[in-house]
Design a protein around this ligand. Sequence first.
Ligand SMILES: CC(=O)N[C@H]1[C@@H](OP(=O)(O)OP(=O)(O)OC[C@H]2O[C@@H](n3ccc(=O)[nH]c3=O)[C@H](O)[C@@H]2O)O[C@H](CO)[C@@H](O)[C@@H]1O
Ligand SMILES: C=C(OP(=O)(O)O)C(=O)O
Length: 421
Amino acid sequence: MEKFLIKGENRLEGELSIHGAKNSALPILAASLLSGECVIHNCPRLTDVDAACNILNYLGSTTKREETSIVVGASNSDNYCIPDDLMRMMRSSIVFLGAIIAKCGRARISMPGGCELGPRPIDLHLSALEKLGVVIEEDHGYLNCSVPGKLRGAHISLPFPSVGATENIMIAACLASGETVITNPAREPEISDLAAFLNACGAKICVTSEGNIHIFGVEKLYPAEHKVISDRIAAATYLSCGAITGGDILLKDVCCEHLAAVLPTFEEMGCTLSIEKDSVRIKSKFPLNPLKCVRTMPYPGFPTDAQSPLMAAACLAQGSSVFVENIFESRYKQVPELLRMGADIKVEGRVAVVHGVQELHSACVRCTDLRGGAAIAVAALAAQGESELLAIEHIDRGYENFENNLQSIGACIVRVNDGKE
Ligand SMILES: CC(=O)N[C@H]1[C@@H](OP(=O)(O)OP(=O)(O)OC[C@H]2O[C@@H](n3ccc(=O)[nH]c3=O)[C@H](O)[C@@H]2O)O[C@H](CO)[C@@H](O)[C@@H]1O
Ligand SMILES: C=C(OP(=O)(O)O)C(=O)O
């Protein structure tokens, strides 16, 4: 198994370029099933992206990486089943459901994988697809889905602005007859990016001033090229690395507009930010100030995915910081690992109180999930001594060149294989 060895207490200094957004690239790759040949630029090299390509290949499409782009050939894709092992590889496998149904009129899939953050049901996805005319039957852990006739537009009001459900509806409704309206949709930048890609393929999707999404069904989608937006969560993670190490880091290829809820938290900690449209420089200052209260919310609120890395930085603040996790029931899995490194954190339900400590120390720690793993790495960068990070495959799901990036700005981090299975 691979692991990271991180020697802490190095001040990080230098420039990094932020890769394309995982959570944009994945639904866009799923949606590419509906057009002939697509070129998706700025597609990050991540194991989740590999998993999306494996699903496309299984379905009969071709995928080819060319530098930072992926070329998808979906014209001959006619398989409508995704086997359980591929479904379990990541959460976004569920977004292939809308695409396969729109393309083949039927689909057979099982439950998706992804980070274990508490219950992650797909009821909103399924009830929305049923409204579009999909008939869904359970079959020993699989879902058999079919459309008698054609998908038809519908009014879908989401009780919660689920990111994945919004994506599934948008993709399926593109080729439905008539108009689909989604009220209370997710408004994350990745949703707008998916709409931009689908519109480039000939779909007709628009967002009203009230924030509802209207999708006017079209007969066919066409080949297109699209550049994936920058990964706002990777940016938030590297900002946390800068903050906790007293660093000075310039992040390039960032969309600061997408970080509007995140950047003020670093300023609250006392860091100085120089914010341009597509870059941000963080100059950290010790000791860090504590954070009054960070509440995770759907976009444009503070993103749940950035909660864990920011919490790691707050471990060394001078005072107590409060976090309230409102999106997932169980998104504090990094906490027991941070405690092993000397952090002082109390969790009660959705609330975590981080009492800042003078120093963190090295430990053997296990990545619990993607962002939890990143949080542990953030803490290790500032801890005294050499930490051993296990289960780093979680980090590889969402961060391209993680250790090389960190090495390039002065971190002492190496990936080693311990020879164990
Ligand atoms: C691949 C991807 O893009 N993942 C992101 C996506 O996940 P994902 O699409 O799974 O997140 P959702 O917005 O759907 O989930 C948010 C909340 O809604 C609940 N829910 C969701 C669907 C449903 O049918 N029923 C239901 O109850 C979930 O359990 C969770 O509590 O958005 C999350 C919230 O911003 C991010 O943390 C994930 O990084
Ligand atoms: C939770 C995440 O991913 P997934 O939804 O794929 O598990 C994430 O990107 O932080």
